[in-house]
Design a protein around this ligand. Structure first.
Ligand code: NAP
Length: 301
Protein backbone atom coordinates (compact mmCIF):
# COMPACT_ATOMS: atom_id res chain seq x y z
CA UNK A 1 0.00 0.00 0.00
CA UNK A 2 1.42 3.37 -1.06
CA UNK A 3 0.73 6.57 0.86
CA UNK A 4 0.73 8.64 -2.32
CA UNK A 5 1.10 7.80 -5.99
CA UNK A 6 1.94 10.65 -8.37
CA UNK A 7 0.90 10.04 -11.97
CA UNK A 8 3.03 12.07 -14.39
CA UNK A 9 6.60 13.32 -14.38
CA UNK A 10 6.55 16.84 -15.81
CA UNK A 11 7.27 19.88 -13.62
CA UNK A 12 4.03 19.39 -11.62
CA UNK A 13 4.58 15.70 -10.88
CA UNK A 14 8.29 16.02 -10.05
CA UNK A 15 7.81 19.07 -7.82
CA UNK A 16 5.04 17.19 -6.01
CA UNK A 17 7.50 14.29 -5.63
CA UNK A 18 10.23 16.52 -4.15
CA UNK A 19 7.83 17.96 -1.58
CA UNK A 20 6.13 14.63 -0.79
CA UNK A 21 9.44 12.82 -0.32
CA UNK A 22 10.79 15.58 1.91
CA UNK A 23 7.50 15.32 3.84
CA UNK A 24 8.25 11.60 4.52
CA UNK A 25 5.38 10.39 2.33
CA UNK A 26 7.64 7.99 0.41
CA UNK A 27 5.97 8.80 -2.94
CA UNK A 28 5.87 6.61 -6.01
CA UNK A 29 5.93 8.44 -9.36
CA UNK A 30 4.47 6.64 -12.35
CA UNK A 31 6.41 8.58 -14.92
CA UNK A 32 4.72 7.40 -18.09
CA UNK A 33 6.28 6.63 -21.44
CA UNK A 34 6.35 10.34 -22.27
CA UNK A 35 8.42 10.93 -19.11
CA UNK A 36 9.30 14.57 -18.48
CA UNK A 37 6.26 15.98 -20.25
CA UNK A 38 6.12 18.81 -22.77
CA UNK A 39 9.53 20.27 -21.79
CA UNK A 40 11.14 17.21 -23.36
CA UNK A 41 9.96 18.66 -26.70
CA UNK A 42 11.55 22.08 -26.27
CA UNK A 43 15.14 23.23 -26.55
CA UNK A 44 16.33 26.28 -24.57
CA UNK A 45 14.21 27.21 -21.55
CA UNK A 46 14.97 30.81 -20.64
CA UNK A 47 12.01 31.57 -18.39
CA UNK A 48 12.41 29.05 -15.57
CA UNK A 49 13.87 30.98 -12.61
CA UNK A 50 17.27 29.93 -11.34
CA UNK A 51 18.99 29.39 -14.69
CA UNK A 52 20.40 32.78 -15.75
CA UNK A 53 22.00 31.30 -18.87
CA UNK A 54 18.89 29.26 -19.70
CA UNK A 55 18.68 25.47 -19.71
CA UNK A 56 17.65 22.82 -22.22
CA UNK A 57 14.13 21.49 -21.51
CA UNK A 58 15.23 17.83 -21.21
CA UNK A 59 18.13 18.84 -18.91
CA UNK A 60 15.74 20.71 -16.63
CA UNK A 61 13.55 17.63 -16.34
CA UNK A 62 16.56 15.38 -15.63
CA UNK A 63 17.60 17.75 -12.85
CA UNK A 64 14.10 17.75 -11.35
CA UNK A 65 14.04 13.96 -11.44
CA UNK A 66 17.51 13.74 -9.87
CA UNK A 67 16.35 16.09 -7.12
CA UNK A 68 13.31 13.89 -6.42
CA UNK A 69 15.53 10.77 -6.43
CA UNK A 70 17.90 12.42 -3.96
CA UNK A 71 15.03 12.36 -1.45
CA UNK A 72 14.26 8.70 -2.29
CA UNK A 73 11.25 9.14 -4.55
CA UNK A 74 10.49 5.80 -6.23
CA UNK A 75 9.86 5.74 -10.00
CA UNK A 76 7.94 3.35 -12.19
CA UNK A 77 8.64 4.11 -15.86
CA UNK A 78 5.35 2.83 -17.20
CA UNK A 79 2.02 4.17 -18.39
CA UNK A 80 -1.16 4.04 -16.35
CA UNK A 81 -3.79 2.01 -18.18
CA UNK A 82 -6.80 2.56 -15.88
CA UNK A 83 -7.78 3.61 -12.36
CA UNK A 84 -10.47 2.62 -9.88
CA UNK A 85 -11.24 5.52 -7.56
CA UNK A 86 -14.59 4.09 -6.45
CA UNK A 87 -13.11 1.89 -3.71
CA UNK A 88 -10.56 2.64 -1.00
CA UNK A 89 -7.67 2.15 -1.12
CA UNK A 90 -7.62 3.59 -4.64
CA UNK A 91 -6.37 1.25 -7.36
CA UNK A 92 -4.12 2.10 -10.30
CA UNK A 93 -3.49 -0.37 -13.08
CA UNK A 94 -0.14 0.12 -14.83
CA UNK A 95 1.32 -1.92 -17.67
CA UNK A 96 2.80 -4.45 -15.21
CA UNK A 97 0.91 -4.24 -11.92
CA UNK A 98 -2.05 -3.09 -9.86
CA UNK A 99 -1.07 -0.54 -7.22
CA UNK A 100 -3.05 0.33 -4.10
CA UNK A 101 -2.72 3.77 -2.57
CA UNK A 102 -4.26 6.05 0.06
CA UNK A 103 -3.99 9.15 -2.13
CA UNK A 104 -3.16 10.19 -5.69
CA UNK A 105 -1.77 13.31 -7.38
CA UNK A 106 -2.67 13.43 -11.06
CA UNK A 107 -0.12 15.47 -13.02
CA UNK A 108 -0.37 13.97 -16.49
CA UNK A 109 -0.34 17.35 -18.24
CA UNK A 110 -1.71 18.18 -21.64
CA UNK A 111 -0.45 17.56 -25.10
CA UNK A 112 -0.41 20.07 -27.91
CA UNK A 113 -2.55 18.95 -30.77
CA UNK A 114 -0.65 18.46 -34.00
CA UNK A 115 -1.79 18.25 -37.58
CA UNK A 116 0.06 14.93 -37.76
CA UNK A 117 1.76 15.63 -41.07
CA UNK A 118 4.89 13.52 -41.52
CA UNK A 119 7.01 16.63 -42.24
CA UNK A 120 5.60 18.47 -39.19
CA UNK A 121 6.41 15.59 -36.82
CA UNK A 122 9.93 15.16 -38.25
CA UNK A 123 10.79 18.86 -37.77
CA UNK A 124 9.48 19.34 -34.20
CA UNK A 125 12.27 21.16 -32.34
CA UNK A 126 13.92 22.04 -35.68
CA UNK A 127 11.71 25.00 -36.48
CA UNK A 128 8.33 23.43 -35.76
CA UNK A 129 6.92 24.22 -32.34
CA UNK A 130 3.65 24.42 -30.44
CA UNK A 131 4.78 26.93 -27.82
CA UNK A 132 5.60 30.53 -28.76
CA UNK A 133 6.43 31.48 -25.17
CA UNK A 134 9.00 28.65 -25.03
CA UNK A 135 10.52 29.01 -28.49
CA UNK A 136 9.50 32.39 -29.95
CA UNK A 137 12.70 34.10 -28.88
CA UNK A 138 14.72 31.91 -31.26
CA UNK A 139 12.87 33.35 -34.25
CA UNK A 140 14.07 36.92 -33.95
CA UNK A 141 13.77 38.69 -37.32
CA UNK A 142 12.57 35.46 -38.95
CA UNK A 143 9.53 34.55 -41.02
CA UNK A 144 7.02 32.51 -39.04
CA UNK A 145 3.83 30.67 -39.93
CA UNK A 146 1.12 30.21 -37.27
CA UNK A 147 -1.63 27.63 -37.85
CA UNK A 148 -5.01 27.96 -36.12
CA UNK A 149 -7.99 30.24 -35.68
CA UNK A 150 -8.74 30.14 -31.95
CA UNK A 151 -7.55 32.15 -28.96
CA UNK A 152 -4.36 30.12 -28.69
CA UNK A 153 -3.40 30.96 -32.29
CA UNK A 154 -4.04 34.67 -31.63
CA UNK A 155 -1.97 34.60 -28.45
CA UNK A 156 0.84 32.78 -30.25
CA UNK A 157 0.80 35.31 -33.11
CA UNK A 158 0.68 38.21 -30.64
CA UNK A 159 3.74 36.87 -28.82
CA UNK A 160 5.64 36.03 -32.01
CA UNK A 161 4.97 39.51 -33.43
CA UNK A 162 7.44 40.84 -30.82
CA UNK A 163 10.26 38.83 -32.37
CA UNK A 164 9.51 37.85 -35.91
CA UNK A 165 10.12 39.82 -39.09
CA UNK A 166 6.87 38.60 -40.65
CA UNK A 167 4.18 36.41 -39.13
CA UNK A 168 1.59 34.78 -41.37
CA UNK A 169 -1.37 33.26 -39.56
CA UNK A 170 -3.35 30.73 -41.59
CA UNK A 171 -6.82 29.47 -40.73
CA UNK A 172 -8.79 26.76 -42.49
CA UNK A 173 -12.08 28.71 -42.55
CA UNK A 174 -13.37 32.18 -43.39
CA UNK A 175 -14.29 33.03 -39.76
CA UNK A 176 -12.06 32.98 -36.72
CA UNK A 177 -13.13 31.05 -33.63
CA UNK A 178 -11.04 33.40 -31.49
CA UNK A 179 -12.55 36.26 -29.48
CA UNK A 180 -12.93 39.35 -31.73
CA UNK A 181 -10.93 41.44 -29.28
CA UNK A 182 -7.92 39.16 -29.72
CA UNK A 183 -8.35 39.11 -33.49
CA UNK A 184 -8.36 42.94 -33.54
CA UNK A 185 -5.31 43.08 -31.33
CA UNK A 186 -3.35 40.79 -33.62
CA UNK A 187 -4.69 42.44 -36.77
CA UNK A 188 -3.24 45.75 -35.54
CA UNK A 189 0.31 44.37 -35.54
CA UNK A 190 2.11 45.67 -38.63
CA UNK A 191 4.15 42.49 -39.11
CA UNK A 192 1.20 40.05 -38.95
CA UNK A 193 -0.81 38.96 -41.97
CA UNK A 194 -3.88 36.69 -42.00
CA UNK A 195 -4.51 34.10 -44.71
CA UNK A 196 -8.02 32.66 -44.49
CA UNK A 197 -9.31 29.43 -46.06
CA UNK A 198 -5.78 28.08 -46.03
CA UNK A 199 -4.33 24.81 -44.78
CA UNK A 200 -0.79 23.63 -44.23
CA UNK A 201 -0.04 20.72 -46.54
CA UNK A 202 3.68 20.22 -45.88
CA UNK A 203 6.57 21.74 -43.94
CA UNK A 204 9.55 21.98 -46.27
CA UNK A 205 13.11 21.29 -45.17
CA UNK A 206 15.28 18.32 -44.25
CA UNK A 207 17.34 19.29 -41.19
CA UNK A 208 15.39 22.45 -40.36
CA UNK A 209 12.35 24.35 -41.56
CA UNK A 210 12.94 26.09 -44.89
CA UNK A 211 9.39 26.77 -46.01
CA UNK A 212 5.80 25.61 -46.23
CA UNK A 213 3.41 24.32 -48.87
CA UNK A 214 -0.08 25.79 -48.42
CA UNK A 215 -3.45 25.08 -50.00
CA UNK A 216 -6.35 27.45 -50.53
CA UNK A 217 -9.40 25.42 -49.52
CA UNK A 218 -11.71 27.33 -51.87
CA UNK A 219 -9.68 27.41 -55.06
CA UNK A 220 -7.48 24.38 -54.42
CA UNK A 221 -4.46 26.52 -55.36
CA UNK A 222 -1.14 25.36 -53.91
CA UNK A 223 1.51 27.90 -52.95
CA UNK A 224 4.98 27.73 -51.44
CA UNK A 225 6.40 30.25 -48.98
CA UNK A 226 9.86 30.54 -47.47
CA UNK A 227 9.60 30.22 -43.68
CA UNK A 228 11.97 29.77 -40.76
CA UNK A 229 9.44 28.63 -38.20
CA UNK A 230 6.03 26.96 -38.01
CA UNK A 231 3.88 27.23 -34.89
CA UNK A 232 0.96 24.83 -34.64
CA UNK A 233 -1.72 26.41 -32.44
CA UNK A 234 -4.81 24.30 -32.90
CA UNK A 235 -5.39 23.64 -29.19
CA UNK A 236 -4.24 21.31 -26.42
CA UNK A 237 -5.85 18.22 -25.07
CA UNK A 238 -5.47 17.17 -21.44
CA UNK A 239 -4.12 13.68 -20.85
CA UNK A 240 -7.16 12.38 -18.96
CA UNK A 241 -8.37 9.55 -21.20
CA UNK A 242 -7.88 7.02 -18.35
CA UNK A 243 -10.04 9.06 -15.94
CA UNK A 244 -13.37 9.08 -17.75
CA UNK A 245 -16.16 8.07 -15.37
CA UNK A 246 -13.83 8.14 -12.34
CA UNK A 247 -13.53 11.85 -11.61
CA UNK A 248 -15.20 15.11 -12.63
CA UNK A 249 -13.84 16.49 -15.91
CA UNK A 250 -14.99 19.63 -17.70
CA UNK A 251 -16.42 19.57 -21.22
CA UNK A 252 -12.91 19.72 -22.73
CA UNK A 253 -11.63 16.88 -20.53
CA UNK A 254 -9.66 18.97 -17.99
CA UNK A 255 -9.88 17.87 -14.33
CA UNK A 256 -12.15 20.16 -12.33
CA UNK A 257 -10.37 21.41 -9.18
CA UNK A 258 -11.51 23.40 -6.17
CA UNK A 259 -9.26 25.14 -3.66
CA UNK A 260 -6.31 24.83 -6.06
CA UNK A 261 -5.72 21.05 -6.26
CA UNK A 262 -8.74 19.21 -4.82
CA UNK A 263 -10.72 17.12 -7.29
CA UNK A 264 -14.27 15.78 -7.00
CA UNK A 265 -12.94 12.82 -4.97
CA UNK A 266 -11.49 13.33 -1.50
CA UNK A 267 -7.92 12.03 -1.55
CA UNK A 268 -7.35 12.60 -5.28
CA UNK A 269 -5.51 15.79 -6.20
CA UNK A 270 -4.54 17.35 -9.52
CA UNK A 271 -1.76 19.74 -10.53
CA UNK A 272 -0.40 21.36 -13.66
CA UNK A 273 -1.73 21.48 -17.20
CA UNK A 274 -4.11 18.55 -16.62
CA UNK A 275 -6.33 20.95 -14.67
CA UNK A 276 -5.11 24.33 -15.97
CA UNK A 277 -5.74 25.40 -19.55
CA UNK A 278 -5.00 29.05 -18.81
CA UNK A 279 -1.38 29.56 -17.67
CA UNK A 280 0.23 26.36 -18.98
CA UNK A 281 3.77 27.29 -17.85
CA UNK A 282 6.43 25.03 -16.33
CA UNK A 283 6.78 27.31 -13.34
CA UNK A 284 3.03 27.47 -12.63
CA UNK A 285 2.80 23.67 -12.99
CA UNK A 286 5.69 23.28 -10.55
CA UNK A 287 3.93 25.61 -8.10
CA UNK A 288 0.73 23.58 -8.37
CA UNK A 289 2.73 20.37 -7.79
CA UNK A 290 4.05 21.83 -4.55
CA UNK A 291 0.51 22.77 -3.47
CA UNK A 292 -0.79 19.27 -4.28
CA UNK A 293 1.92 17.62 -2.17
CA UNK A 294 1.13 19.90 0.78
CA UNK A 295 -2.59 19.17 0.34
CA UNK A 296 -1.89 15.42 0.33
CA UNK A 297 0.17 15.76 3.51
CA UNK A 298 -2.73 17.54 5.21
CA UNK A 299 -5.21 14.94 3.90
CA UNK A 300 -3.15 11.99 5.18
CA UNK A 301 -2.67 13.67 8.55
P1 NAP B 1 -9.93 26.19 -29.96
O1 NAP B 1 -10.74 27.32 -29.48
O2 NAP B 1 -10.53 24.82 -30.01
O3 NAP B 1 -9.41 26.57 -31.44
C1 NAP B 1 -8.67 25.69 -32.20
C2 NAP B 1 -8.50 26.31 -33.58
O4 NAP B 1 -7.66 25.45 -34.35
C3 NAP B 1 -9.82 26.49 -34.33
O5 NAP B 1 -9.81 27.70 -35.03
C4 NAP B 1 -9.82 25.29 -35.27
O6 NAP B 1 -10.45 25.56 -36.50
C5 NAP B 1 -8.36 25.10 -35.54
N1 NAP B 1 -8.08 23.70 -35.85
C6 NAP B 1 -8.37 22.63 -35.08
N2 NAP B 1 -7.97 21.50 -35.69
C7 NAP B 1 -7.42 21.89 -36.87
C8 NAP B 1 -6.81 21.19 -37.94
N3 NAP B 1 -6.69 19.86 -37.91
N4 NAP B 1 -6.36 21.90 -39.00
C9 NAP B 1 -6.47 23.25 -39.01
N5 NAP B 1 -7.03 23.97 -38.03
C10 NAP B 1 -7.48 23.29 -36.97
O7 NAP B 1 -8.58 25.98 -29.13
P2 NAP B 1 -7.67 27.10 -28.43
O8 NAP B 1 -7.46 28.25 -29.33
O9 NAP B 1 -6.46 26.38 -27.93
O10 NAP B 1 -8.52 27.56 -27.17
C11 NAP B 1 -8.89 26.55 -26.20
C12 NAP B 1 -9.58 27.24 -25.02
O11 NAP B 1 -8.62 27.98 -24.28
C13 NAP B 1 -10.66 28.22 -25.47
O12 NAP B 1 -11.71 28.15 -24.55
C14 NAP B 1 -9.97 29.55 -25.40
O13 NAP B 1 -10.85 30.62 -25.20
C15 NAP B 1 -9.01 29.34 -24.22
N6 NAP B 1 -7.85 30.21 -24.37
C16 NAP B 1 -7.95 31.48 -23.95
C17 NAP B 1 -6.89 32.34 -24.13
C18 NAP B 1 -7.00 33.77 -23.69
O14 NAP B 1 -6.04 34.49 -23.84
N7 NAP B 1 -8.11 34.16 -23.15
C19 NAP B 1 -5.71 31.91 -24.74
C20 NAP B 1 -5.64 30.59 -25.17
C21 NAP B 1 -6.73 29.75 -24.99
P3 NAP B 1 -12.05 25.72 -36.60
O15 NAP B 1 -12.34 27.09 -36.03
O16 NAP B 1 -12.32 25.62 -38.06
O17 NAP B 1 -12.64 24.62 -35.79
Amino acid sequence: MEKVVIIGSGPAGLTAAIYASRGNLDPLVISGRGAGGQLMLTTDVDDFPGFPEGIQGPDLMLKMRAQAERFKTKFLDEDVLSVNFKNRPFEIQTESQTLKTKSVIIATGASAMWLNLESEQRLIGKGVSACAVCDGFFFKEKNILVVGGGDTAMREAQHLAKFGKKIILIHRREEFRAQPVLVSLVRSKPNVEFMMNTTLEEVLGEEKVKGVRLKNTQTGKISKLEMDGVFIAIGHKPNTFFLTGEIELDEKGYIVVKNHTKTSINGIFAAGDVSDHHYRQAVTAAGAGCMAALDVEEYLD
